[in-house]
Design a protein around this ligand. Structure first.
Ligand SMILES: O=CC(=O)O
Length: 328
């Protein structure tokens, strides 16, 4: 495990940096931060006597993991001008509050886009070709006895529907092209730079897909965008893969459809109330479960570290920020 940040004020002369995180969230570059900044960490034990005073003048806040950033949090740190995020999805930030206060926000940008796209394909392959089932079969010692074994389904040539053709969705599309799959998509707006068929309605996309990959951002508009009707349209041979956010899918309906056999299968890296995973899914061989792992590789962590450190430095030296989020 990486060393925890020593939150005690390291030097009055170093710029202040506020760390906003769950106590359990450590990143390997935290010790480096301490050499460059006076790191204020509310969740450290103890936060230090100078925390209440220093936190009033801190200008940059580093938000780690899915820790919510609320308007009330921002009230406590009135001098914050820049929120440096460490995730690609930033649905846990109150962006409207940031915009009102003129606070700039950055995300993890593309630090893990390739990894998430790779993982989406991996989950689809696993569900259809039953790789995890095969692994369990071998480990259980069933192979020599030729016990009953359910056949998987071919991946090549399938129709792939992508919900959210952003930087991850585009990478997913490119990867499935390599499997001779046809690609279609749904997104907020039609993308003029691609020739894939566009469906304005997610249900129509699902009706015309064998594999539905969900990788759009979670917003008020996309909450439960994959509802019962969409999953019914995908049907009992269709599979769904979610590498976006759990709440993009109506999870209760998803579980019911899977249990009844009305949906062909699912590869799920994210869950509506994670880390809680509905237990009904545990016994289903057409479902692959993963603990919000798609973003995490050694390489993506290194890229994230580089990006986060560069953004903090850029802010303090008035240089352009990378992966800055447009706040409408
Ligand atoms: O899910 C992880 C991320 O958004 O980076």
């Amino acid at each position: 495990m990486p060393a925890a940040v020593d939150i005690k004020q390291s030097s009055e002369t170093l710029p202040l940096l506020l760390l906003h995180r769950f106590p359990s969230f450590e990143l390997s570059f935290f010790p480096v931060l301490k050499t460059k900044y006076t790191v204020l960490d509310l969740h450290a034990d103890p936060p230090g006597p100078s925390f209440p005073i220093l936190s009033k003048s801190v200008r940059v806040m580093l938000c780690v993991g899915p820790t919510a950033l609320t308007s009330e949090d921002l009230d406590r740190y009135p001098a914050v001008e820049c929120v440096v995020g460490s995730s690609a999805g930033i649905n846990h930030f109150d962006l409207a509050a940031c915009r009102r206060r003129g606070i700039r926000v950055t995300s993890a940008g593309d630090a893990s886009s390739d990894d998430v796209a790779d993982y989406a394909v991996g989950l689809a392959l696993d569900v259809l070709r039953r790789v995890s089932v095969a692994d369990r079969f071998v480990r259980a010692g069933s192979w020599p006895f030729q016990k009953e074994y359910t056949l998987g389904s071919k991946v090549s040539g399938k129709r792939v529907g992508i919900v959210g053709l952003g930087s991850i969705g585009l990478r997913v599309a490119k990867r499935f092209e390599g499997f001779n799959c046809s690609i279609a998509y749904n997104s907020r707006k039609i993308k003029s730079h691609v020739s894939y068929p566009y469906y304005a309605n997610v249900g129509d996309l699902a009706s015309n897909s064998d594999i539905l990959i969900v990788c759009c951002a979670l917003t008020n508009e996309t909450f439960h965008v994959i509802n019962k009707d969409v999953m019914r349209a995908l049907g009992n041979t269709g599979i769904i893969v979610n590498v976006g956010r759990g709440a993009l899918i109506d999870e209760k309906e998803l579980v019911e459809l899977l249990v009844r056999g009305d949906l062909g299968g699912a590869g799920l890296d994210v869950f509506e109330h994670e880390p809680y995973v509905p237990e009904e899914l545990f016994s289903l061989d057409n479902v692959v479960l993963s603990p919000h792992n798609a973003v995490i590789t050694l390489e993506s962590f290194a890229a994230l570290e580089e990006l986060v450190l560069a953004n903090i430095e850029a802010f303090f030296s008035n240089k352009p920020l990378r992966a800055e989020v447009e706040l409408h």
